[in-house]
Design a protein around this ligand. Structure first.
Ligand SMILES: Nc1ncnc2c1ncn2[C@@H]1O[C@H](COP(=O)(O)OP(=O)(O)OP(=O)(O)O)[C@@H](O)[C@H]1O
Length: 360
């Protein structure tokens, strides 16, 4: 079997999201047959996401009878010169945002990061919520980051994730009085002066709202996908809409909407109650043509998990844990779709400006 035979075989592998075969979609970067081994580089950018794992498995299956050993690698070209990237070893940067406070943005960020880590990915969690940095508490991080000889900070590790938080640095100062430029400076430092190492995903807990601080953050960090958290309530959805507009203006791809505190299962009578209304998140997603990433129940375990420092996504028994795992998988899948769709748009319109090429 030579390279062209392998390529022909790969035409039988379909991308389930984009609905075409991976060769036509130009997701096969390179095929090299070297003795008994075929090296295949695929343009897949969301490691451990269920869809990309399935595509890789399909490739292996398709070539199973070929007599060749299969060596798969994944590589997406971001179109940006690595020398110009702030963190070239971080493949995906997912920002978790909410239009208003208290909807569970930090909870979602922590569980997303822990969920991705549980899937096998190398994950960083960056708590950029300057006004209420509560992520360290949510994962019971008692240690503080250490400094290296060349004055870089080593993030704290929890549940296999690398964690950095404003909380580690602000100490007794009251960050509420901080204004945009100051926040920008501190965030840039936290971002650049930290030894993150190679990561598949960096999850950022943004401050709530859609003001200067959030914009400043988006200018500092090249976000590859945003997740918008809302509760089903109309007021929360209205605020989430502003979040969507902010990302739209900034050309940041939005992975989708997640609805938190959706339903409450009464522990006494077992019946389901919709305390903050019903279906608001899904309707908002439909109306704005955004993917709906899932619905997370209002469950005392979530708060307890937050207080005890163990994210509920790691709880195998509960339905809420399952809902959070499904959400994390969906978010990773959507990050993959953004990359793969972006690539196919880029290739079909070569004159397109790479930096602004985002698919929704
Ligand atoms: N699905 C849920 N079920 C029960 N409690 C929840 C749920 N989601 C969040 N909470 C609780 O609600 C409170 C607020 O959540 P969280 O801190 O994540 O919100 P936030 O949007 O990040 O708030 P902030 O505006 O302070 O950044 C926390 O005590 C958290 O444990």
């Amino acid at each position: 079997m030579n390279e062209s035979d392998v390529r022909d075989r790969l035409r039988n592998v379909t991308d389930p999201d984009l609905g075409d075969d991976i060769v036509s979609l130009e997701l096969v970067n390179d095929i090299t047959v070297d003795g008994d081994t075929v090296h295949i580089s695929l343009a897949l950018g969301a490691p451990y996401s269920p869809t990309e794992t399935a595509i890789a498995n399909d490739v292996r299956e398709e070539l199973a009878g070929s007599g060749l050993d299969i060596d798969l690698s994944a590589d997406v070209d971001s179109g940006v010169d690595p020398a110009e990237q702030i963190l070239p070893n971080v493949e995906n940067i997912i920002a978790v945002a909410s239009g208003k406070g208290g909807v569970g943005k930090s909870t979602v960020a922590v569980n997303l990061a822990a969920g991705l880590s549980q899937m096998g990915a190398r994950v960083g969690l960056f708590d950029a919520d300057v006004y209420g940095p509560n992520v360290p508490r949510m994962v019971a991080a008692e240690e503080r980051p250490k400094a290296t000889k060349d004055e870089k900070l080593v993030p704290v590790e929890k549940f296999g994730m690398k964690l950095m938080s404003m909380d580690f640095l602000v100490g007794e100062d009251d960050p509420v009085i901080w204004r945009g430029p100051m926040v920008h400076k501190v965030l840039t430092q936290l971002w650049e002066d930290v030894e993150w190492g190679a990561l598949d995903y960096m999850v950022i807990d943004l401050p709530p709202g859609t003001g200067d601080t959030q914009l400043s953050m988006l200018q500092t960090v090249p976000v590859t996908g945003a997740v918008i958290v809302t509760t089903p309530q109309e007021v929360a959805v209205d605020d989430a809409r502003k979040g969507l507009e902010m990302f739209g203006k900034h050309d940041t791809p939005v992975l989708g909407i997640v609805e938190n505190m959706a339903s409450f299962q009464c522990p006494d009578c077992g019946s389901e109650h919709h305390i903050f209304g019903e279906g608001g998140g899904r309707e908002f997603a439909d109306e704005s043509e955004m993917p709906f990433l899932g619905s997370i129940p209002l469950d005392p375990r979530v708060r307890e998990g937050g207080d005890d420092g163990k994210p509920v996504v790691l709880d195998d028994e509960s339905e809420t844990g399952e809902a959070l795992r499904e959400f994390a998988a969906e978010a990773a899948d959507m990050q993959g779709v953004v990359h793969r769709r972006g690539l196919s748009i880029e290739r079909s319109t070569p004159e397109h400006d790479h930096d602004h090429d985002h698919a929704h």
